[in-house]
Design a protein around this ligand. Structure first.
Ligand code: SAH
Length: 188
């Protein structure tokens, strides 16, 4: 995994998803070298870059033009040869223009969470995975309810990462905000 501070970052574009959370997302997504992934809300490109180093192809979308620029810059630095197609658009719109995929990652949805999951599920190959990272309480609930409605058996893990700051007098553990990682798998 790429350390957080090796990502180019600008104000107004969220991310990168913290290194430890990126690890867990990749693990829960069970990505393999044959997978095609759609990363909704690429932000700084934290997940897009990591995914591009592990899978066959990544489609990444963000409605914020600055996020697309930042992601592009991070891709050039960290994986210039990765097969990534970047879209500056709304997630629901670009889903009409891309082929089916094995993994859907949702890191941002701004009000469209439920339709993104539902449309994503339609486009997901059999055995494919949906992974939603949730900061808000409401995102957790809506995701679990939507995955259940689709007949999936959602798994939810909540993680609280604390990092040690090593000081002269000892090591101070500093906690970050909890993040939920919710996963659903489409049956074969
Ligand atoms: N995973 C990213 C951070 C995601 S932040 C990283 O590691 O860097 C969430 C992003 O989702 C924001 O940049 C926001 O612009 C984008 N977003 C929110 N709703 C969206 C939508 N409906 N379509 C496309 N992008 C969206």
């Amino acid at each position: 995994m790429i350390p957080d501070d090796e990502f180019y970052k600008i104000k107004g574009v969220p991310g990168p998803t913290k290194e430890e959370i990126r690890c867990l997302v990749m693990c829960k997504a069970r990505v393999s070298s044959n997978d095609v992934v759609l990363d909704v809300g690429c932000g700084t490109g934290g997940l897009t870059v990591e995914l591009s180093r592990k899978v066959k192809k990544v489609y990444a979308v963000d409605k914020n033009p600055q996020a697309v620029e930042v992601t592009l810059k991070n891709l050039k630095t960290h994986n210039p040869s990765g097969d990534v197609e970047l879209f500056e658009n709304d997630a629901l719109t670009i889903m009409d223009d891309i082929p089916t995929f094995d993994v859907l990652i949702v890191g941002g949805s701004s009000g469209d969470l439920v339709p993104i999951i539902k449309k994503g599920y339609e486009m997901l190959k059999a055995g494919g995975r949906i992974i939603v990272t949730a900061i808000l309480l409401e995102t957790r609930t809506s995701t679990v309810l939507t995955l259940k409605e689709l007949g999936l058996n959602p798994e939810i893990v909540e993680v609280f990462i604390a990092r040690g700051k090593v000081l002269d007098r000892g090591t101070m553990m500093k906690g970050s905000n909890p993040v939920a990682i919710i996963t659903g798998c489409k049956s074969i």
